[in-house]
Design a protein around this ligand. Structure first.
Ligand code: SAM
Ligand code: SF4
Length: 335
């Protein structure tokens, strides 16, 4: 019997090509950000999470199916033992154009040089405030100065296009948007503002009351900066603006106010090996099960990934005015 040739591109029912994979390599984290986690989290037992070898195998399978960019995230990816070696391995996969990471920055002071060496091309660092007390209250356990030292470390080892991610919450950090952009300008880095998404139940605030839209942020920034829209799209949800007179670009990720699903090019792999077809829906396929039931059989794994494209939903349906429908917290899927 002849089989049809394996496609080398992942295309969903809506004609979108999926060439970007985000992998959450751990659900654990040294911070407990109020919008991301509950204060008291139970993390997954080891047997339930993918091993580093399994993550590498999956990354290879995706690259063979046309994925060009992989973002390693978490939880805090850099607290997983063996993260550097995994990054090195993923970084050397043939056909992969870009390996990037998202981190809270706590480990960067010591790991920046090794990350560069491992082949990581770009780093996104979460930073919601420049006020040390507020930083502590948002992250519950984090130390602002450690993160600032981490940012300097990645600059000094030569990373380019470093980007800060800031989740803006009304009455917590919304008054700081200009200071954060000024920080980005002073450091020659980019910044994206993110509207909070209703993922998992959080205890410290009411998400509809804390909602601060991208439009409000833009209006606040207009008082201090001239922003010019750029045509640039990274294939992602961000709309970018350049700050006149600087190298800095400001992005806005607006899951509520501007739906970006029609150009979605990504899927996510959770630390449990679930392939999530959409951040805002539960549609998923258990790739860990496929992997463990068919050791060494890359073809079966690849077919499962190809088949999964048939259930990628058209768009997310977030509603911050209701209790979250999506019960998983962001640390399970990675941002
Ligand atoms: N620990 C790393 C970090 O904080 O950058 C990587 C994982 S974290 C889940 C990735 C991104 O998701 C961070 O920029 C974080 O601010 C964002 N995030 C977490 N929970 C969110 C939520 N409920 N809505 C929007 N963004 C969220
Ligand atoms: Fe940890 Fe990142 Fe979630 Fe904050 S946003 S708790 S740093 S995983």
């Amino acid at each position: 019997m002849t089989h049809p040739p394996t496609p080398t591109q992942l295309i969903d029912r809506f004609g979108r090509t999926v060439d970007y994979l985000r992998i959450s390599i751990t659900d654990r984290c040294d911070f407990r950000c109020v919008y991301c986690m509950a204060e008291d989290m139970t993390f997954l037992p080891r047997a339930q999470i993918l091993t580093l070898e399994e993550i590498y195998t999956l990354a290879q399978a995706f690259a063979e199916l046309g994925v060009k960019k992989i973002r390693v995230t978490g939880g805090e990816p850099l607290v997983r033992k063996g993260a550097l070696e995994l990054l090195q391995n993923i970084g050397s996969i043939e056909n992969l154009d870009e390996l990037v990471i998202t981190t809270n920055g706590s480990q960067l002071e010591t790991m920046a040089a090794d990350l560069k060496e491992a082949g990581v091309k770009r780093i996104n660092i979460s930073l919601d405030t420049l006020d040390a007390d507020k930083f502590k209250s948002i992250t519950r356990t984090g130390d602002l100065h450690q993160v600032l030292k981490g940012i300097q470390a990645v600059k000094s080892v030569g990373f380019e296009r470093i980007k800060i991610n800031s989740v803006i919450l009304k009455d917590r950090n919304h008054l700081e948007v200009c200071d954060l952009v000024q920080f980005a300008v002073d450091n020659g880095i980019d910044i994206s503002f993110i509207e909070e998404m209703p993922l998992g139940i959080v205890s410290q605030h009411d998400r509809s009351e804390a909602y601060y839209s991208s439009a409000l942020i833009k209006a606040d920034l207009a008082r201090d900066f001239s922003l010019v829209a750029t045509a640039e799209k990274t294939g992602g949800p961000s709309n970018y603006f350049s700050v006149v007179g600087s190298q800095t670009r400001v992005g806005f990720i607006s899951p509520h106010s501007e739906n970006f699903c029609s150009t979605c090019n990504r899927v996510r792999l959770t630390v449990e090996g679930q392939l999530l077809l959409c951040l805002g829906n539960e549609h998923s396929v258990d790739l860990k099960k496929v992997l463990r039931a068919n050791p060494g059989n890359r073809d079966v794994l690849k077919q499962a990934i190809i088949d999964a494209m048939q259930i990628k939903p058209e768009k997310h349906e977030f509603n911050i005015h209701e209790q979250p429908v999506i019960l998983r917290h962001m640390n399970m899927t990675g941002g």
